[in-house]
Design a protein around this ligand. Structure first.
Ligand code: LLP
Length: 383
């Protein structure tokens, strides 16, 4: 439920702002740990979803590792005390500086996305007189059926090394003395709400692992990425994703030797539901076709609706009048700066506070300064 006591303080802070319910986050982390520890699965938090320090700290306290995708994320993870042995580093275009940083800190794995990248890591590790732990990110050519802008696992996407090129990559690794290929990595997409793509992934992983072991590759780590979706339509009915169910898909369908550790990189499912965006109604206006509610948050604070046409539940925190149909839009000079074209809200007037729900993941991190706007502040519940 959206935390009602916030209404008492709402007039004291400038909107728009992000509000994080840390109880929801802690409950989510406890559920995640309960479900993963029993299966001996290792979880890395995909910090691209939200890199706010209080959130990272709560995640670290729950003994979860990190998945990062830039040198700055890696630096922040190390600064906040995440153990290097629990950090995976992905990304299709890592710079030499970023690779050097990862090698220097002996992280769990640099997830490599091309043969050229493996060769560059080898050269850079040689200069540091080190051996870098690497995983190969395999593109399983599998369509997870999510929004095309967040699908990653098909051959049309830029990510990973194709199954056809894998043998060549392994042969090359065998000749390189400064990389230690000890894992494979997959990530098929995001906001996945059905089991089938994961079942298909497991089947592909079983075949690939068997083949790699028969070729003498020493596999310690199989990293299956993230992607577990959340309930955007009705967040209150599912504030905590069903992690038990998610991990069961893998324990039911993976058949791997016991010495291989299974890892996941979950982002959205960990932080998505704990975050809300609070915004104030600036103006209302209407014509014969529609009624607009113009709020002070825009695509600069929450880009997901403009970028992916994604749905976020909107509620009016100030009014209990009879409902009317509205189009809720932001102040930015772009037609796509629209949060929802058809939302039933209690009759809304200038000054009413609205909450945009389920924005803990890929909300604040994707905010921009477009139109010279100032990035929103974040507030946390005191639990
Ligand atoms: N691992 C890798 C390699 C990834 O690329 C991602 C997300 C994750 C893990 C975490 O995925 P999650 O569990 O959060 O689905 N901005 C988009 C989502 C982009 C996801 C990018 N990769 C959105 O707002 O929906």
């Amino acid at each position: 439920m959206f935390n009602a006591p916030l209404l008492k303080t709402i007039n004291d802070v400038n909107t728009p702002y992000y509000y994080y319910d840390t109880k929801v986050l802690v409950d989510t982390l406890n559920a995640l740990n309960k479900a993963s520890v029993s299966k001996n699965y290792h979880v890395h938090y995909a910090m691209k979803a939200n890199s706010n320090i209080p959130i990272l700290n709560l995640i670290k306290e729950h003994n979860i590792g990190i998945d990062c995708v830039s040198g700055n994320e890696l630096t922040l993870a190390l600064k906040e005390g995440f153990e290097a042995s629990k950090i995976a580093f992905a990304g299709v275009g890592k710079t030499d500086d970023e690779i050097n940083l990862a090698i220097e800190h002996d992280i769990l794995s640099i997830n490599c996305e091309s043969i050229q990248e493996i060769q560059v890591i080898n050269e850079l590790a040689q200069l540091q007189n080190k051996v870098a732990n690497i995983s190969i990110r395999i593109n399983p050519d599998l369509d997870a059926g999510t929004h095309p802008n967040i699908t990653t696992g098909t051959q049309l996407n830029k990510f990973g090394i194709s199954v056809e090129t894998l043998d060549l990559a392994i042969d090359i690794c065998k000749d390189l003395r400064h990389v230690n290929l000890n894992g494979i990595h997959f990530h098929i997409g995001s906001q996945i709400r059905s089991e089938m793509p994961y079942v298909q992934l497991c089947k592909k992983v079983n075949t690939i692992v068997k083949s790699l072991l028969s070729k003498g590759v020493n596999l310690d780590v199989v990293n299956l990425g993230g992607g577990l979706g959340i309930n955007y339509n009705d967040p209150d009915s599912e504030m905590i994703p069903n992690f038990e169910n998610f991990f069961s898909i893998f324990s039911d369908n993976l058949s791997l030797p016991k010495n291989i550790s299974v890892h996941f990189e979950l982002g959205r499912s960990i932080v998505g539901q704990c975050g809300s965006l609070i915004t104030k109604t600036l103006f209302t206006k209407g014509n014969d076709l529609k009624q607009f509610v113009i709020v002070d948050a825009g695509m600069t604070e929450l880009m997901r609706p403009a970028l992916y046409n994604s749905f976020h539940k909107i509620q009016n925190l100030s009014s209990t009048k009879p409902a009317k149909m509205y189009e809720v839009v932001g102040p930015i000079c772009e037609t796509t700066d629209t949060f929802d074209k058809q939302v039933l809200l209690p009759e809304t007037v200038r000054g009413d506070f609205l909450v945009i729900r389920s924005v803990g993941a890929y909300g604040e991190v994707m905010a921009s300064n477009y139109n010279l706007r100032v990035k929103p502040l974040a507030y946390y519940s005191l639990n």
